[in-house]
Design a protein around this ligand. Structure first.
Ligand code: GLA
Length: 671
């Protein structure tokens, strides 16, 4: 979690412009004629829209020639929205420099790992390290801040859009700790050092990792450029930039979040039940990046978005948009914004879904939007706050570590099967299915507010991080660690003496050998757990054995040797998994670990999500039924959607949501 003082003046400011759940979407008035713009206002009012995100990619419309501005359309749009009571999140358009910029500054175009300089024609065609780009971005930011800083519709600055462009070109060449005593890579001159473009054979993993860190810092520098300007010109107007979760990973979110007043995310979940788990995953991440404070869902889609791998756009089932929206709100969002208000007729995203589809308001999608808008207007407690402390209490946290993600993307780890995001999602989903709400914790932050910290796939652990984990356990914390974690230091230098060395002593084990499994190979552990992907020659050094390998393990592993262990260290406990465990088996093991840590999981029917969200005056107990049949839950208090009291067993219809107002949060905090 990000440490913050509460409440910051900027968060307080959020309450003033919009006292309800923020509802609306990305709005591109520059794409439409007057008649459509007038209809937009009418439809926004029908749908109880109170927020519009304007100007995200409008640089060419705002500055058609260098230094020549056209503000007429934006002035008119902001005034029109203001008179309709719609607040504006005004974007700086810097994610899409105009064509003239690329013509004048070809050196500021991004370069691929193959050394190809990309040309204009899409969006995000810029190199964040290029001085000309930074100068132009600063200029347009200042011009917008000075012109619209006092506009009564302005609710928040939306700086850039989904920072994430990476360039391997000459202006990005740098140096750092690359472990070069290998394959004659000792550099003797700065001129010999390049960004890791495609090379003859396998590149140096530490070079790749360092380049990821460098790119993250370049993007952060661009964000800071803009923050400095809007904070100088419009002090008190909250700031954000939208994170693209959880598939993009071009910067360290903890670093970014520390700079912002409000954390916002864009989220496009996958199809099927795992998509619901993914919504909870992204929302818990967003809340954690926000330091436990309310955050904002900046973009979701009314239907599913283009699946680039599968090459198709699937439809969201009726009701799913509402159900997912309540998941985000339950987990701390103070709004539900969409990409986008009106479906465009042209451009790369011409078939992307919208609140107003191409067929117009006489459509299932617009009706669902209108009903959702009306319903959310009736639950003002789900708005921003102010709330002191955390909006959702959790005693369990999963470490979210950018270094680990980037490290697992470098080639030549012992198995291709160690992808970072799936490892985290497996653990989060198992907790979610068990009714345990998890936070994520910064690997350089303070885990001491949690009872249980889970460390899946954190390959690179620095000495100071290792000491923090030691302290956490010494103070009675429970830790669960998965294979490969702590096997190297932060520069990908393998730690010696044992694999997972940073945790081995703490876990009471020694990992002598890695034994990755074949694709599709499953093992059955002593107590029936199904294991896959990875195994290890694991010796216990004080730990108790929870599950051991059988005769089906790779030949280097003696049947009967430890696979999953538990080690008591004073008042703390450390669990170690030397193999991959998924699904129901993982849920069962995590239930054991959660109970061991003294954390009570909510007792729920399968497929029902439950979160207690704190509000200014008390708390809301929120149940979301993801199944296709009615489910019964237990609750006492006011049902805020039906305005009736409930006490005891309550039926929640298939795909429906129950929100019960309770007086205080029943979840205790740690220790
Ligand atoms: C992102 C962007 C939007 C749009 C959507 C498409 O989140 O911010 O501009 O491209 O994706 O789903």
């Amino acid at each position: 979690m990000v440490e913050r003082e509460t409440p910051t003046p900027a968060i307080e400011a959020l309450r003033r412009p919009i006292s309800h759940v923020w509802f609306g979407g990305d709005y591109n008035p520059e794409q439409w004629p007057e008649a459509v713009l007038l209809e937009d206002i009418d439809l926004m009012q029908q749908a109880a829209v109170n927020t519009a995100t304007v100007g995200v990619f409008s640089w060419a419309a705002l500055e058609p020639q260098p230094g020549e501005y056209d503000f007429g359309w934006l002035d008119a749009a902001l005034d029109r929205l203001h008179s309709a009571g719609v607040k504006v999140i005004l974007a700086t358009p810097t994610a899409s420099p105009p064509p003239w910029f690329s013509r004048l500054h070809p050196e500021a175009l991004p370069v691929t790992p193959d050394g190809v300089r990309l040309i204009h024609g899409s969006r995000d065609t810029y190199n964040p390290a290029a001085p000309a780009y930074r100068d132009a971005a600063r200029r347009i930011t200042r011009v917008l801040a000075e012109r619209y800083g006092d506009h009564p519709a302005l609710a928040m600055w939306h700086l850039h859009n989904e920072y994430g462009t990476v360039s391997y070109g000459p202006v990005t060449d740098v140096a750092a700790t690359w472990n070069t005593a290998f394959w004659s890579q000792v550099y003797s001159s700065w001129e010999d050092i390049h960004a890791p473009q495609r090379t003859q054979y396998i590149p140096n993993p530490a070079h790749l990792l360092d380049f990821k860190r460098f790119s993250s810092d370049m993007l952060l520098r661009c964000l800071r450029d803009q923050l400095e300007i809007v904070r100088e010109v419009t002090p008190g107007v909250p700031t954000t930039t939208n994170f693209m979760l959880p598939t993009w990973h071009h910067y360290d979110e903890w670093d970014f979040a520390r700079e912002l007043d409000v954390v916002t995310i864009d989220h496009y979940p996958e199809d099927g039940p795992s998509g619901d788990a993914q919504v909870a995953f992204a929302a818990d991440l967003a809340r954690s990046f926000a330091g436990g404070r309310p955050w904002l869902l900046m973009e979701q889609a009314t239907s599913l978005v283009y699946d680039y791998a599968g090459g198709r756009m699937l439809a969201k089932a009726p009701g799913r948009m509402r159900r997912n929206t309540y998941q985000y709100l339950a987990r701390g969002s103070f709004g539900s914004l969409f990409f986008q208000w009106r479906a465009p007729r042209v451009g790369a995203e011409f078939f992307h879904s919208a609140m107003v589809p191409h067929v117009g308001p006489d459509s299932r999608i617009f009706r669902e939007i209108r009903d959702l808008g009306a319903e959310l207007a009736g639950v003002p407690e789900l708005s921003a706050g102010p709330i002191e402390g955390r909006v959702v209490e959790s005693r369990t946290a999963i470490v979210w570590d950018s270094t680990a993600w980037w490290a697992t993307e470098t080639r030549m780890l012992p198995s291709a099967d160690v992808a970072y995001l799936p490892a985290l999602r497996r653990v989060h989903e198992a907790l979610w299915r068990s009714g345990v709400t998890a936070d994520f914790v910064d690997p350089n932050g303070d885990p001491s507010q949690y009872d249980l910290v889970l460390v899946p796939s954190m390959i690179a652990v620095s000495d100071s991080q290792r000491e923090a984990f030691d302290r956490f356990v010494a103070n009675g914390g429970h830790l669960a660690v998965w294979y490969l974690s702590g096997s190297t230091d932060e520069h990908l230098r393998v730690r010696e003496g044992s694999y997972s060395a940073a945790f081995a002593e703490l876990a009471g084990v020694r990992v002598e050998e890695h034994a990755p499994l074949r694709d599709g190979q499953n093992l059955t552990l002593s107590e029936g757990t199904c294991a896959s992907a990875w195994s290890e020659v694991l010796h216990v050094r004080g730990a108790e054995v929870v599950a051991s390998y059988g005769a089906d393990a790779p030949a280097v592993i003696a049947p009967g040797s430890a696979a999953i262990t538990r080690n008591v260290r004073g008042s703390g406990v450390v669990h170690y998994f030397s193999t991959r465990v998924e699904g129901d088996d993982l849920q069962r093991h995590l239930a054991r670990i959660v109970a061991d840590a003294g954390i009570e999981a909510a007792v729920l029917p399968d497929g029902v999500e439950h979160v207690v969200r704190r509000t200014k005056t008390g708390a809301l107990r929120i149940f979301i039924n993801h199944t296709e049949r009615a489910q019964t839950v237990r609750a006492t208090g006011r049902n805020v959607l039906s305005n009736t009291d409930v006490d005891g067993d309550v039926a929640v219809a298939a795909g429906d949501v129950l929100i019960v107002r309770i007086e205080t949060s029943p979840e205790g905090s740690r220790k």
